[in-house]
Design a protein around this ligand. Structure first.
Ligand SMILES: Cc1cc2nc3c(=O)[nH]c(=O)nc-3n(C[C@H](O)[C@H](O)[C@H](O)COP(=O)(O)OP(=O)(O)OC[C@H]3O[C@@H](n4cnc5c(N)ncnc54)[C@H](O)[C@@H]3O)c2cc1C
Length: 347
């Protein structure tokens, strides 16, 4: 981390084991080396064989390989219990990327895909040597399971995620409001309700951040750390809000989101017709087309669909996050209040 702080170093990370058989542990798969595990220890370091998914931004300098899912058995899971960071060009390390959603590099046709495509990859370890000085965690299942919480890493990551969620919601509110304004649908009740829903989501996320920052305190290492509860509530809520807001953009844009001309069309043989028929209540075609292409790249394109999938899953499975929140947040105080009320009930 000191090295990263000193020089500009872009990192990707991979936490999840390959999706083969989720009913059994890594060691109990058909082949114990399907999930990346230690093949041997040498004087120089650990030798890793197997695979991990899913690393976003594989076009980075280095990859962090950390545990994510709870390791249950101290013996069986020990060869899978590690945390390290190595350069992406380490011998034996390779990345299987999905197809790109930046089709042409043309920001008119793909306003988001051409700017923000970051790729995702499955990572293969073919007997990769990880030098000991790059190994942060090894074989200690308990230490691996506590790493994010005990270091405060998860709070700082989730705080950053909350800032990202606010920025994305501001974008969706502006985008949806511009669509409404462009085609003059602001007088319809359900349209007003949909815009209000996005605004409420924005204020909710801002309130979570305000609360977390107001209650911030130094942690055991003296690092100023936001309060966990509002941040945990936000990270559990947003995966359910984002798909709904994107759906609002889809519903408001309706047919305007499809059959939008490309840059080539705008300068092509139908240029005059495009200028005439693609105007809207408050915009000329030249302004309306880029706005609706942006909405399409947010809600309907491959880039937009992947974003929605990302927002739902990238910080973990919302179902399991919710189960963890159920375990970790004490409800006794509220149960006692209701018990006290019931205690006063007369027969
Ligand atoms: C676009 C995108 C980008 C991502 N980028 C990264 C990245 O950069 N780095 C990284 O490490 N990870 C990344 N992830 C992975 C992300 O962390 C996982 O998708 C998430 O943790 C869920 O795990 P999974 O995909 O393996 O789903 P699975 O565990 O395979 O789950 C599949 C389904 O089964 C259910 N299920 C499975 N097991 C259980 C269980 N025990 N209890 C209840 N339900 C269960 C799930 O609810 C889900 O519906 C990314 C994911 C996406 C979609």
């Amino acid at each position: 981390m000191k090295k990263c702080a000193k020089k500009t170093c872009v990192l990707t990370h991979t936490l999840i084991n390959p999706q083969i058989n989720r009913a059994v542990s890594m060691a109990q798969q058909k082949d114990p080396f399907l999930a990346a595990r230690v093949k041997e220890e040498t004087a120089a370091g650990l030798v890793i064989r197997g695979a991990r998914m899913l690393a976003t931004l594989p076009i980075s300098d280095e990859i962090m390989v950390f545990p994510s899912t709870l390791l249950r058995s101290p013996e069986e899971d020990a060869p899978y219990a590690f945390g390290f960071a190595i350069p992406n060009n380490t011998p034996g390390l390779s990345f299987q990327c999905r197809e790109t959603f930046d089709y042409t590099g043309n920001t008119y046709d793909h306003p988001l895909g051409a700017r923000y495509e970051e790729l995702d990859a499955v990572v293969f370890f073919d007997d990769v040597l990880v030098p000991w000085e790059r190994v942060f965690l090894y074989r200690d299942v308990q230490l691996c399971n506590q790493a994010y919480k005990a270091t405060g890493a998860v709070i700082h990551m989730a705080h950053q995620v909350l800032c990202k969620s606010i920025a994305k919601t501001e974008f969706l509110l502006g985008l949806a409001a511009l669509l409404v304004d462009s085609i003059g649908i602001e007088q319809f009740q359900h349209v007003q309700d949909k815009i209000t829903q996005i605004w409420i989501n924005l204020e909710t996320m801002k309130a979570f951040r305000f609360s977390a920052e107001q209650q911030a305190a130094p942690n055991a290492y003296g690092v100023m750390t936001p309060a966990w509860d509002p941040i945990d509530a936000a990270r559990n809520l947003y995966p359910h809000l984002y798909p709904k807001m994107v759906d609002i953009v889809r519903q408001l844009g309706a047919s305007g989101l499809v059959a939008m001309p490309t840059a080539a069309d705008v300068h092509g043989p139908l240029a005059e017709e495009i200028e005439r028929y693609y105007q809207s209540a408050r915009q000329e075609a030249a302004d309306r087309i880029p706005l609706f292409r942006l909405a399409w790249d947010t809600a309907l394109s491959a880039f937009g669909a992947r974003q929605t999938h990302y927002e739902y899953y990238f910080f973990g499975d919302p179902v399991r996050m919710s189960m963890a929140a159920f375990q970790n947040h004490d409800r006794t105080e509220y149960m006692e209040t209701v018990r006290a009320f019931l205690a006063n009930t007369q027969l």
